[in-house]
Design a protein around this ligand. Structure first.
Ligand code: NAI
Length: 341
């Protein structure tokens, strides 16, 4: 089969990484078009990577009949609209998380995806493609820890990224701490526990950075979730982690426990000096999940070529959005919230 021709929208922090993967690291595809509302970004990418087309308007890119697929890495508020337009233009779609910021739009997209059965749709829950998370899933499935009963997740962004986050949040509504950040953990919990969320109680505050509170968001938050099969989830999300980027997951089972990323080590080097034996921490998502960002898009391209569907579905997007939204509602109201199903 010929190479899959992909157009990308969004050339920011993550979009550039996806674009470079498409252009240079995935043999069966071609980065044919780039799009950003910032003309400079689009032109720079076109020149740097020798891309055939550059756009500042997504609708214009949708008219390009050479394209087979689109990768959406624009701010979260645009995902649903851009997914629907791409499906309408008969394209395969990979969209970054979250699927939507509101349940209604996520459900609308689910219907659109179902109407285009011949198209591949995939959502960027890349942690499922991270080697350690995938290994842990296989272990759980083989019964290595008996029946999983509780999942504990930490999703903490480094304090030094707070400036970048404030710009991101002021320019575009991101959905808040739970929908924007904890969404990966919420998806992982559904995946490992094999169940949907039933009830949630979430709390949080803006302790080191009160300006986050002024955006009606939490800088650090926690959610306690009860799942339909009686299992439990404890989620801690934060934007003020002084030691670096800390993504940790623990799955407690009836016959054992699994932990992923307990010490968020950058690599296998230990520096011995006057401060002690130091393991440096990873500093951000691009560093920690470099392999997963590549593997998930490889899977998307392979699914298109092999005419099969990826394991991450639009339903995963809808159900994790519903849970993320319930966390946000509980945080805002102080009430125990029943998750919409
Ligand atoms: P960013 O703000 O760095 O970049 C956004 C890009 O989209 C910029 O190039 C901007 O010019 C462009 N853009 C904005 N509005 C547009 C429009 N209407 N049409 C075309 N281009 C437009 O954002 P970042 O951090 O790269 O995030 C992008 C998306 O990726 C978000 O939805 C975010 O939730 C998701 N994300 C996912 C991560 C993951 O671990 N899977 C990590 C970081 C971000």
């Amino acid at each position: 089969m010929k190479k899959v021709k992909v157009g990308i929208v969004g050339l920011g922090r993550l979009g550039r990484q996806h674009a470079e993967n498409l252009a240079f690291r995935i043999p069966n595809c071609e980065l044919t078009a780039v799009c950003s509302i910032i003309e400079e970004e689009a032109k720079k990418a076109q020149e740097e990577w020798d891309v055939k087309y550059a756009y500042t308007n997504y609708d214009e890119m949708m008219k390009n009949e050479e394209l087979d697929a689109v990768l959406i890495a624009s701010p979260s508020g645009f995902h649903c609209e851009q997914i629907e337009k791409a499906l309408g233009a008969n394209l395969h779609v990979f969209s970054e998380k979250p699927l939507g910021l509101y349940l209604e739009e996520a459900v609308r997209v689910e219907e659109a995806v179902k109407k285009h059965e011949d198209k591949v749709f995939m959502l960027g829950f890349m942690r499922r493609y991270d080697k350690s998370y995938a290994y842990a899933k296989k272990k759980v499935e083989k019964g290595a820890i008996g029946e999983p009963v509780l999942i504990r997740c930490y999703g903490l962004d480094p304090s030094k990224a707070i400036g970048g986050f404030m710009n991101f949040a002021k320019n575009n509504y991101s959905g808040g701490l739970f929908l924007d950040m904890a969404i990966h953990d919420l998806d992982l919990a559904r995946w490992y526990l094999n169940s949907e969320a039933k009830q949630v109680w979430a709390i949080g505050g803006a302790y080191g950075y009160p300006e986050i509170g002024q955006l009606n968001d939490a800088e650090t938050g926690a959610a306690l979730v009860k799942f339909e099969n009686g299992t439990m989830g404890v989620f801690v999300a934060g934007r003020n982690c002084s030691h670096g980027y800390h993504i940790e997951t623990e799955i407690i089972g009836t016959e054992g426990t699994l932990r992923i990323g307990t010490t968020p080590e950058r690599n296998m080097v230990t520096v011995f000096n006057e401060t002690g034996a130091v393991k440096e921490c990873s500093e951000g998502f691009l560093e920690r999940f470099e392999q997963a960002y590549l593997s998930e898009v490889e899977e998307f391209i392979n699914c298109i070529r092999e005419e099969r569907k990826p394991a991450v579905t639009v339903e995963d997007g809808v159900l994790s959005t519903a849970l993320g939204y319930a966390c946000k509602e509980s945080f805002e109201t102080g009430e125990l919230v029943t998750v919409q199903s």
